[in-house]
Write a protein that binds this ligand. Structure first.
Ligand code: G3I
Length: 381
């Protein structure tokens, strides 16, 4: 009997130690907060992160620990873009996206697809024939359909929602003169949504763009939404990327979220990050990746670490934004950060390569910034 008791005690101790070992160590990332970000916001909206290849395949273990603990939704930063999925016509490479889908399934996180139709990161063959001439409308529509059916169809039972069309509008609300628009015409957006619906009927379908807090741009998008709705074409949500500076546009964003809500669609914040650095061209802030400036020391002041005053401004910016998101929680489905830590944010290289920026919630040592516990507290108020 005594032996039986000792052995039971021993197996309990071993099992307990093993289960603790599997749990991410909250103290290393969060001070004394008992809840993670996604747990704290669970009754409000999902908390997502962009995920890159090394995180999806587990090589970047420190980021994976943060993803496991704090985020319940994942968007591939690059691994589902056209150039990665179909670099040449009918040559599909699903290795990285399959690895990501497997990680999302295993860790029970929502998976968001990004992006089906975009003017960037789309190989030139898509728009050209064998002699390099632009193809006609029907051929481009056929290529669009093949691509959408291949990728959205492949993950139709797993992907919760797709960024179907990305960045189709100019700042004034007119349609961007992309090759999609030039060759197919204005209904290319409708076609993309129709094909996505056919390929993945259960997935939510989103339009995604930056600077949608700007009234003119959002009005262009809302007019497009109404056109689709009038034709009975399904569109479920609008994503504001939210690549902001240290003074986020709280009041304008407030109005723009309400505009989306008034159409009956849901709103998502899809790529949130807040740069603490001065932008070299204030009129063109946003996320146009074709913008590029030579590295200039004057624009890279925090090479060795962020100043206390900038860190405080960053904290205030995040807190004001999340306060706003909470006031609109009935309209907002998800808030996704565009990256895990300041180590691997695109902001370090845009619009000036080689800067040190600090736009995310986790620092270069993979620790939660001090204000993350304030965000968690805010969610519980
Ligand atoms: O992985 C290759 C590497 O093999 C190669 O040696 C290297 C040389 O340039 O490039 C690497 O790929 C880069 C990739 O990021 C991964 O780091 C691409 O050049 C680079 O263009 C790519 O940038 C991405 C950018 O979109 C363009 O696709 C950023 O990571 C990504 O954060 C950014 O995300 C976009 C959203 O999709 C849409 N909204 C704006 C947002 C920010 O630009």
């Amino acid at each position: 009997m005594k032996l039986l008791l000792i052995s039971a005690l021993l197996s309990f101790t071993l099992a307990f130690t093993a289960s603790c070992a599997n749990k991410p160590d909250r103290d290393t990332t969060l001070g004394h907060q008992p809840l993670s970000l996604s747990e704290a916001f669970s009754s409000h909206f999902a908390i997502g992160s962009a995920i890159n290849t090394q995180q999806a395949n587990g090589l970047d273990a420190q980021s994976v620990a943060i993803l496991n603990l704090h985020f319940n939704s994942l968007t591939p930063e690059n691994d589902m873009k056209w150039e990665r999925i179909q670099p040449q016509e009918n040559v599909f490479t699903f290795e990285a996206s399959d690895t990501l889908a497997a990680y999302a399934k295993k860790s029970q996180k929502d998976l968001i697809g990004h992006a089906l139709v975009w003017h960037q990161q789309t190989p030139s063959w898509v728009f050209e024939d064998a002699s390099g001439e632009l193809v006609g409308r029907e051929r481009l529509l056929a290529r669009m359909k093949t691509h959408i059916f291949a990728i959205a169809g492949r993950y139709k039972n797993q992907i919760k929602g797709w960024d179907v069309v990305n960045e189709a509008f100019n700042e004034d609300g007119s349609l961007r003169e992309s090759k999609w628009y030039q060759i197919i015409g204005k209904d290319y957006i409708e076609k993309a949504f129709e094909y996505a619906h056919q390929a993945a009927p259960k997935a939510k379908l989103y339009y995604n763009d930056y600077n949608l807090f700007k009234a003119a741009k959002m009005d262009g998008v809302i007019a497009m939404v109404k056109r689709l709705q009038a034709k009975g074409i399904r569109i479920d949500g609008i994503g504001e990327q939210a690549h902001y500076g240290i003074e986020p546009p709280i009041e304008e964003l407030d109005i723009s979220i309400q505009k989306v809500a008034d159409t009956g669609l849901t709103m998502m914040i899809t790529e949130l990050d807040i740069s603490v650095l001065k932008f070299p061209d204030e009129d063109n802030m946003g996320a146009d990746i074709s913008l590029s400036f030579a590295l200039d020391k004057a624009y890279n002041p925090y090479k060795k670490g962020i100043s206390a005053s900038s860190q405080e401004k960053l904290a205030n910016a995040y807190l004001s934004l999340f306060k706003l998101f909470l006031t609109h929680q009935q309209h907002i489905d998800r808030v996704t950060l565009w990256g895990v830590s300041d180590n691997d944010t695109w902001r370090n290289d845009w619009p000036m390569a080689g800067r040190s920026d600090y736009p995310l919630l986790f620092n270069r040592k993979y620790k939660a910034k001090s204000f993350v516990s304030d965000l968690i507290a805010l969610a519980q108020q």
